[in-house]
Design a protein around this ligand. Sequence first.
Ligand SMILES: [Fe+2]
Length: 226
Amino acid sequence: MSHSPGEGWSPVAGMRAAWLLEYDRDRYPFGRFLREAVFAVPDLETLHQSHWIRPGRSPGYADNLRLRERMQRLPLSCGFYAIYERFVRQLLVRHFGGRLSYAQRPKMRVHLAGTDSVSRWHRDAEVTGRLEQINLWLPVTDCFAGNTLWVEDDYGSGRHQPIAVRHGQALFFDGGLLSHGTVANHTACSRVSFDLRFAASSAPPTAMGSKLLGQRPPPCQGAGRA
Ligand SMILES: [Fe+2]
């Protein structure tokens, strides 16, 4: 199967099981849809200064929730889900095989500039019990430092690092077992993103599937492989 121009993987430097996938923003215009059809703003990075926040008021956690809900309530019939289904069926299938189970609706997130952490440290498998899942985190704004996701650099290390992810990249990581979360967003840029977990059950696993889940410490390696 041919790959799109510019499409490609790169490992996140210094991280155990985290990779970035460059995708074609024109082919999968998540950002454009959310900016134009959902928020009607010229720029999502300045959402904290937009008409969604009352002038003179500092945005807070409630604003993150309110704006996130606006995305979360999008009907499955809207343009966002047409892009989402295309992304899954074309891109995820290409790299993780045709037997995928994935969330029908991803979790939508907003982390406005100037607001506190929106997610404390956690490992997804401690909540879900699903060791076979891979995390996909896709921002439609450029993310770095306080507005991005922080992920443990190795299994059990407790050292969380901010992952720089540009709009046009998707982060894949082993969020089942690598602790992750956010810190206060002291940057000048708001973040809009969505994330999902998926499980690939092709046998043998694809190269990317192995890279993401095949580096776990011995007691967990291969556990729960669907
Ligand atoms: Fe998580």
